[in-house]
Design a protein around this ligand. Structure first.
Ligand code: ADP
Ligand code: MG
Length: 336
């Protein structure tokens, strides 16, 4: 007798992760697909696709099919899933024996898109495919007691979106989502450097700047970084030194929209749950949680405790992988 394989997929806008109960995280790669424009064939996915960017003939392009938090290109998304499922069975060492798959989809996706995802996974041999709401998966993965009738507040700052949700008794009580996430912060840096220094930098440079010297808090010890780009006046490569204070200024507006979304969700909270929030605070998940000073800045602003999940980039995938067991328990609880 072989045990049923259970697979959780986090179909993130920036990263695609696959978690299985027995083997843990088996895939963790950027959600990037390299496509041959002549034939529309998918040449590579994930890390391999990202490495090809800008180093291949013109007909080969790299696409992020989920970029803005919705499925921008649905054919490419399903193709990417098929490749990933192949990688999964390779990693597990056996052809998948009708696995049970739970996929966490971006909350902005439509029912047609959800159906397409589910069909694509089924196509790859899955026995049963379930979709889960992202904030619920994040909360499970962050080890929050989602089954209890108490308020768990999750703030998931991903690449394309930020989602804020209050979860209690196995369900989402209230949820707000905005199309501002890590990608927007990168773009803020690109725009800032272009306007202030007439220097054009690429999105990957901007992301590096954000991770190195990006701060959510105004009040921090200044850091400097040398950055390279193309001078818009001379057209030549140029290096400048930039300060973390300048970057903080550049990120301010987007961070404020994240803050507003959190406030709006907390204001929406049923009064009986508000007490829990004051006691238990807010949990941060997603890559954006790792921005320097995020935890401290938010707790100053919303005046409730703020904690970062144990591994914020993996919370959703872990939660998705664990959710099958959890769902059954929640069902039984509710039937009592
Ligand atoms: P998604 O769920 O949408 O795929 P992730 O939760 O994987 O997104 O987060 C990806 C985002 O997190 C990217 O925008 C990335 O730049 C950002 N990120 C990752 N690490 C850090 C860090 N140390 N500081 C700031 N941002 C980070
Ligand atoms: Mg995510």
């Amino acid at each position: 007798m072989f045990s049923q394989t259970q697979i959780g997929i986090d179909l993130g806008t920036a990263n695609l992760l696959v978690y299985t109960k027995n083997k843990g995280m088996i895939i963790n790669e950027p959600s990037v697909v390299a496509i041959d424009l002549h034939t529309n064939a998918v040449l590579a996915v994930g890390e391999e696709a990202k490495r090809m960017v800008g180093k291949t003939p013109e007909n080969i392009v790299a696409i992020r099919p989920l970029k803005d938090g919705v499925i921008a290109d649905y054919q490419v998304t399903t193709d990417m899933l098929k490749h990933i499922m192949k990688k999964v069975s390779k990693k597990l060492g056996t052809p998948l024996r009708k696995p049970n798959v739970v996929v966490c989809t971006p909350s902005g996706s439509t029912s047609v898109e959800r159906r397409a995802i589910s069909d694509a996974v089924k196509h790859c041999g899955a026995k049963d495919v379930q979709l889960i709401e992202e904030p619920l998966a994040a909360a499970i993965g962050a080890d929050l007691p989602v089954e209890e009738p108490i308020a768990n507040v999750v703030v998931d700052i991903g690449g394309g979106t930020t989602e804020v949700a209050i979860i209690s008794f196995g369900g989402v009580v209230s949820c707000h989502s905005i199309r501002t996430g890590g990608d927007q912060l990168d773009d803020d840096i690109v725009q800032f450097v272009r306007k202030k220094y007439n220097l054009m930098i690429g999105p990957r440079t901007a992301e590096n700047i954000k991770m190195e010297i990006g701060f959510a808090l105004v009040d921090h010890e200044e850091r400097m970084m040398a950055i390279r780009g193309r001078d818009l006046v001379s057209g030549l490569p140029k290096t400048i030194d930039i300060s973390s204070y300048e970057i903080q200024e550049a990120l301010k507006e987007s961070l404020l929209s994240v803050l507003e979304t959190i406030r709006a969700t907390l204001e929406d909270s049923p009064p009986e749950l508000s007490g829990d929030i004051v006691d238990r605070g807010v949990i941060l998940t997603g890559g954006g949680a790792l921005l320097n000073g995020m935890e401290e800045w938010l707790s100053n602003e919303i005046v409730v405790p703020v904690h970062i999940a144990p591994s914020p980039l993996e919370s959703v995938a872990i939660g998705t992988g664990r959710s099958l067991v959890m769902m059954k328990r929640i069902q039984t609880l509710k039937q009592r």
